[in-house]
Write a protein that binds this ligand. Structure first.
Ligand code: SF4
Ligand code: SF4
Length: 345
């Protein structure tokens, strides 16, 4: 592991040099909010953002993605996109989400479309000095910091950043910068001491939102299966699916074939889907296994906090708070979890 020192007023120059060689994705202003998307100029990139509407991981799993082309004679061609990308300024919770999606999409049968986009991509993380909003639960989840899942990590050091390099890809990029730019220099201080002080400051400003430990949640959730709580949540929910669409760890999709208007061919595309849609669990015979909104809401939360921990050993929620912000009905995971905790016998 190497640590570099980068004055903040040189970040723009650094981004320009990355833009010369790579497609760069990062946070940029969108009216009063931030979106995560392709950056064309260094001035567009914002490292001082709170959270983005859609998460960085959707760069590798876009909506309305063309995955196959076909001809009337049955000939098919798989469509892959594999340009090298740099995701610049990814927050720790979103780094956790990317690690989780890497695991999901590389579990057989592998999702080649995600993996092709993801391959050789460089993740440049940036730590959070302060919480993004009051809707997050990353402190309870432990996802407000990340020890892996990135190539470089920026640590705020006042007038400068310390840049932690942990992978060979990160090292390749950092060595290049330190060779070409004399402002990207090796840090000579005690990084462990710096990190420990940084996390102590985070402990001071980040807040616990849950009344009990997150490790107790799966069991509490299991006990809540027949709870009235799900009917209350279901009665409020409008089944709009926004909570799924903005979530960095939701990965359900639908596939459809689109035939060209001249019948000369067509393509297959996939679109994000939502388990909150009425017909999500509807099968060919017309049976709908989760016809009620209460069942769909319970399923969304159980998938994240019971089924994934049971089957994969990790929670399917990184606590980014996007679903809590997006829900026009005011449904909040923080309230749901605390209600589940208060009901447990
Ligand atoms: S469930 Fe909500 S808080 Fe958890 S990762 Fe998804 S959007 Fe973020
Ligand atoms: S965003 Fe809110 S209203 Fe929309 S489906 Fe999700 S929980 Fe229901």
């Amino acid at each position: 592991m190497k640590i570099y020192f980068l004055p903040k007023d040189k970040v723009k120059l650094l981004v320009e040099s990355v833009l010369d060689e790579f497609q760069v994705f990062g946070a940029k202003a969108k009216e009063m909010k931030f979106e995560f998307g392709k950056i064309d100029t260094a001035a567009e990139l914002r490292l001082d953002y709170n959270t983005t509407i859609l998460p960085p991981v959707k760069t590798f799993f876009p909506n309305d993605e063309k995955i196959l082309e076909f001809k009337p004679n049955g000939q098919t061609t798989s469509v892959h996109e594999n340009s090298k990308k740099v995701l610049f300024g990814v927050h720790p919770c979103d780094i956790h989400a990317i690690e989780m999606m890497d695991n999901i999409f590389s579990t057989p049968p592998e999702d080649k479309h995600y993996l092709e986009r993801r391959k050789d991509s460089i993740i440049i993380g940036i730590n959070c000095n302060t919480p993004c909003s009051d809707k997050i639960l990353c402190y309870d989840k432990g996802t407000y910091k990340a020890d892996s899942g990135f190539d470089l990590m920026f640590w705020d050091n006042g007038e400068s950043y310390l840049v932690e390099v942990v992978t060979s890809l990160g090292n390749f990029l950092a060595s290049k910068f330190s060779y070409f730019f004399n402002f990207f220099t090796e840090y000579s201080g005690d990084f462990h001491e710096f990190k420990s002080e940084y996390h102590k400051r985070q402990d001071f400003v980040f807040e616990k939102k849950l009344t009990r430990k997150i490790s107790e949640l799966p069991e509490a959730m299991r006990q809540s299966y027949e709870s009235e709580l799900w009917h209350e949540v279901g009665a409020k929910c409008l089944s709009c699916g926004s909570c799924n669409i903005v979530c960095p760890t939701c990965y359900c999709f639908d596939v459809k074939d689109v035939v060209d208007i001249d019948l000369a061919g067509g393509h297959r595309c996939r679109n994000w889907d939502s388990c909150q849609n009425l017909d999500f669990a509807c099968v060919g015979s017309g049976e709908n296994f989760r016809e009620k909104s209460s069942q769909r809401n319970r399923h969304r939360v159980f998938k994240k906090e019971v089924y994934l921990p049971q089957n994969k050993g990790y929670s399917g929620c990184v606590g980014c708070g996007r679903c809590n912000t997006a829900c026009i009905a005011g449904i909040s995971l923080i309230d749901i979890y605390n209600n589940v905790f208060s009901e447990e016998v």
